[in-house]
Design a protein around this ligand. Sequence first.
Ligand SMILES: [Fe+2]
Length: 250
Amino acid sequence: MSFLSKIFGSKHNQSTNQFVNPIEVEFHSHLIPGVDDGVETLEQSLEILNGFQSMGIRKVITTPHVMSDFYKNSRENLLPILKEIQAKLKAAGSNLEVEVAAEYMIDDGFIPKIEAGELLCFGPEKKHVLIELPFMTEPAIFKEALFELQVAGYKPILAHPERYSYFAFNKSEYEALKNRGILFQVNLLSLIGYYSKPVMETAQFLIDQKMIDVIGSDTHHIRHQQLLPEVYNNKYYKKVCELELLNNQL
Ligand SMILES: [Fe+2]
């Protein structure tokens, strides 16, 4: 082996084995300014959106919190801000697609929203809906809410299942939810231990069990996005990308 091939041989092997990120659709973030605990200004939103595009993302579905007590968001206040963001991106020559949906807390105000047909949905049939739960206690209406969602034809995606300690301590709950047809979205930062070690281990368990259907960054601010290169180098990121993820169909 020549001197040069000794040097470039290893480089060549690296490049042929190089991991290519297959994810084109970023799902789950808080990029509508001033409506929840996510970004506060239009400039912050645009900076993060441009960052996603430079990471190879072609579409961002952003998902502001909807909570009956704190964040009373709906299409009425969200869509005008989305239009402003889209106009700014277009004016800057960006072809990034941006959509708005929501991350619905399962609380007392949720079932009335199903009945009123108010849910902000996404996906090819506009039937997917992102839901979340409190971190410490399962709400009494959770199973009823799932039933009502599914009877109405929605496809619920449970945000960050790895973060609910009451499921993590009783992992058969995950299987029961999957058997009911609930889709699971893991948070990318869970893979690098951003929230805690137990959350990371639960995320790894769900990936090992092939229970994850969608991945998302749950970006609230630029610091979350700045951690994504570390995620892309994580072996569990590569492992989750081998599953049949829905991201690119959304
Ligand atoms: Fe979120």
